[in-house]
Write a protein that binds this ligand. Structure first.
Ligand SMILES: *[C@@H]1O[C@H](CO)[C@@H](O)[C@H](O)[C@H]1NC(C)=O
Ligand SMILES: [Zn+2]
Length: 459
């Protein structure tokens, strides 16, 4: 017991001090509490009202919660995690007609003509895009019903006349455009990573690279051959647009001006076979440029989700290239609806009447489409480098964050905007990959149909 006495004594001394504080203790405590209160209040004020001005590493600390108030800051933060995947960029057209496809003479680190180069892609927070493999249609006046005609005069849309003797040369030119896209991707391994799958896109993005994908714009580039689909797939092509401005053996186009006379009233029976083979191999069906009948029939026939790689909303601006509400209403998660993504085109003549194309007008297209389909079914397909003019505020690939910021300030959440930027496309791509896997696993055979009007092979 005696050994515990001093301890008890000491305890009781401390107890005493707490119950009877000295004036000195009171002063110290008041100062400490005062400083803590001021610090806490200041932190709260900074976090709530000045968060956007804090250094990068601090402003989005997870425990802060909520979204940054400044739309531009919010857009950049969203795109850092979920970068842009653009459905349609025509850089290979610039390579062909301005550089004769000589990749040595193309410097993507320099200020390129057109809308796309590496510095601007980085500034625009791009995580991937489809390099459009584009070969122009035959001149509409020679657009025959046979698609076997020789000596087609085809006109490059802005400035060049090119002669093509027959469909074989279309296929040659397609191979050249695939080649130039791949060579440019390979030339900049620190920037680009070739992608053949949704997993490849994700891997590229997590490596800090820009995924490079191939899309063939116009099934006229198949030379009426479904075998070509399989070989384009082997080369890495992951979408084929069913038509460009011309009708072809597979499907009707919407053309450019209103009132284009239909040829098949949508898909031909050969076109139905084409879709079956695209589903089986795992190439996305792209419905940009198609007629409304083609689009409606393709949505119904395709087992895989479809895309519009670069199309806007007809209800906002009434041109044939835009998607009408009756087609949009087929898209969604409701009963009888199908998954799909409409990747909105920036071409001013599709966005608004002359002089009206700007960031708000493009955002109006996105909001209209998602009002009909849901926000999980919109994406971005700018058509940069394939259009002469651009909307005010969306002059090139560095400007995507401006569009994201516009929608953020209209109340879109970071999750919806991550979907718009690329997530919605990825989901649709994964859906098509799944369908292909299932069809192959079920032993569905390749399509061997030959174009009925061919006479070179007995059939
Ligand atoms: C391709 O471009 C390089 C670099 O400008 C040039 O040296 C070369 O001669 C060009 N090749 C052809 C075939 O024009
Ligand atoms: Zn196009």
């Amino acid at each position: 017991m005696s050994e515990r006495a001093p301890l008890l004594a000491s305890d009781s001394e401390e107890h005493d001090a707490r119950n009877h504080p000295t004036p000195f203790n009171i002063t110290v405590r008041s100062v400490v509490w005062g400083i803590l209160t001021v610090l806490t209040t200041a932190t709260l004020v900074v976090m709530l009202f000045f968060r956007d001005r804090l250094p990068d590493g601090v402003k989005l600390l997870p425990w802060v919660g909520g979204d940054p108030r400044d739309p531009t800051v919010a857009a950049l933060a969203i795109l850092d995690k979920s970068p842009i995947i653009d459905g349609h960029i025509d850089l290979p057209v610039i390579a062909r007609y301005q550089f004769a496809n000589n990749v040595s003479s193309i410097d993507l680190n320099s200020n390129m003509p057109g809308h796309v180069d590496i510095p601007r892609l980085r500034k625009g927070k791009v995580g991937g895009f489809f390099w459009s493999v584009y070969v122009s249609c035959p001149d509409p006046k020679d657009e025959g019903k046979e698609f076997l005609g020789a000596a087609w005069q085809v006109r490059y849309k802005f400035c060049f006349y090119v002669e093509k003797e027959n469909l074989l040369l279309l296929a040659r030119d397609t191979l050249e455009q695939i080649d130039v896209a791949k060579l440019l991707i390979e030339k900049y391994p620190d920037t680009f990573q070739f992608a053949r799958s949704s997993a490849d896109i994700k891997a590229a993005v997590s490596n800090g690279k820009i995924a490079g994908l191939l899309g063939v714009e116009g099934a006229h580039q198949l030379g009426n051959s479904i075998a070509a689909v399989r070989q384009y797939y082997a080369l890495g092509v992951r979408y084929i647009t069913l038509t460009h401005l011309c009708h072809n053996a597979f499907a009707d186009s919407c053309g450019l001006a209103p009132g284009k006379t239909p040829l098949h009233n949508g898909l031909s029976s050969f076109g139905l076979s084409l879709i079956e083979e695209m589903n089986r191999v795992g190439i996305l069906v792209d419905l940009s440029h198609t007629s409304d009948s083609t689009a409606a029939q393709a949505i119904k026939h395709s087992k895989a989700p479809v895309i519009w790689s670069h199309s806007s909303a007809r209800a906002i601006h009434a041109v044939p290239r835009n998607v009408p509400d009756e087609i949009l209403s087929l898209i969604g998660t409701g009963s009888g609806q199908r998954d799909a993504v409409v990747m909105v085109n920036f071409a001013p003549y599709f966005v608004a009447p002359e002089g009206g194309a700007n960031v708000a007008a493009v955002a109006n297209h996105i909001e209209h489409i998602s009002a009909v389909t849901g926000r999980q079914h919109v994406g971005i397909g700018s058509d940069y480098d394939g259009i002469e003019e651009t909307p005010t505020g969306l002059e090139d690939v560095s400007k995507y964050p401006t569009l994201i910021a516009e929608l953020y300030s209209r109340g879109w959440t970071q999750f919806e905007l991550a979907g718009l930027a690329g997530g919605n496309f990825l989901r649709v791509f994964e859906g098509a990959e799944r369908v292909s896997k299932e069809l192959r696993a079920a032993g569905v055979q390749p399509v061997y149909d030959l174009y009925a009007k061919r006479t070179d092979i007995p059939h």
